[in-house]
Write a protein that binds this ligand. Structure first.
Ligand SMILES: [Zn+2]
Length: 296
């Protein structure tokens, strides 16, 4: 959520709302290189006013975050292509500072080093530690793990490396997350078929019903018990069963937006993104039920 700090607003949030799609999502993301610098400089994100945040600013992360807003996900292949050069450069810096760094050169991912049985893969911070063998990173991890059953793999992120290299090196075993390979038998969530029918209202006991099949957008671990929505105030803490325009029932959170003319819009966002659902504008009559979780 974005808001202006000043009582009458400086106009930035208003500008963002008006230019969100054209200028931010498309024009900005259409640029190959936002700036020539590695993280941030006075030509791009830095100003005297935000000097206390300089160490944290990073235009690449900003662009990646915008891409999540636009596409609902970050494609791992794009992410890896983008991070490869930077990761290699940081590995060289690390081995320049610490001669004991043992670079590993015979794997697909070009930025890795080992320490005993542990392989460290240098990657951008948004890369998930659950790796797939369909890309260079997962292939490298898989090859390393096959060499010896006691081997393991950790990720070292470029965000921390470009800001505190010595910290990364000295905390490599405590702070860098262990990565593992996705097990196709257990890890991918069972694919949910689009749910087009609900139990009829006669079958709802006191407005409560249970779904036999998992609707898209509902994580496997959640309950499938719902109670009828009766116009209660919509909150972000709850998850809702919603009917989309094509008749499919899906589960997610609902955010409310009010524009300058006081028009209210509702936006649906799935709880589980792996089902391929995206943000969608809905209206209140599409809200069918509220997910019953332990806390409500
Ligand atoms: Zn810059």
């Amino acid at each position: 959520m974005l808001a202006d700090k000043l009582p009458n607003g400086a106009g930035f949030v208003d500008w963002i709302a008006r230019n969100w799609e054209d200028k931010l999502l498309f024009e900005l993301l259409g640029k190959v290189e936002f700036c020539e610098c590695d993280t941030a400089c006075y030509n791009c994100l830095m100003s005297y006013q935000n000097r206390s945040l300089h160490a944290l600013l990073d235009w690449r992360l900003g662009m990646q975050l915008l891409r999540v807003f636009k596409d609902g996900e970050l494609k791992i292949d794009t992410l890896l292509t983008e991070s490869e050069t930077r990761a290699k450069k940081l590995l060289d810096e690390l081995s320049g500072c610490f001669p004991e760094v043992n670079k590993v050169c015979d794997l697909d991912w070009p930025a890795c080093f080992s320490d005993g049985g542990t392989l460290f893969l240098i990657v951008d911070p948004f890369v998930s530690p659950l790796l797939r063998t369909s890309n260079k990173l997962g292939k490298s991890a898989s090859e390393w793990l096959q060499k010896d059953s006691s081997n393991d793999v950790r990720l070292m992120d470029t965000f921390n490396m470009s800001r505190r290299l010595a910290w990364c090196w000295s905390h490599r075993f405590e702070k860098m997350p262990i990565a593992r390979l996705e097990d196709p038998a257990t890890d991918p969530i069972p694919i949910a078929e689009p749910l087009k029918r609900l139990p009829s209202e006669e079958e709802w006991s006191k407005g409560i019903f249970e779904l036999k099949k998992r609707p898209r957008g509902l994580p496997c671990s959640e309950s499938r018990i719902f109670r009828k929505y009766q116009g209660e105030q919509i909150t972000l803490r709850r998850a809702y069963l919603v009917r989309l325009a094509d008749g499919e029932y899906v589960v997610g959170r609902i955010s409310q937006f009010v524009d300058l003319e006081d028009n209210k819009t509702l936006q649906f966002a799935p709880l589980e993104y792996l089902d391929g659902l995206n943000y969608e504008q809905i209206s209140e009559e599409n809200i069918i039920a509220i997910l019953c979780r332990e806390e409500n």
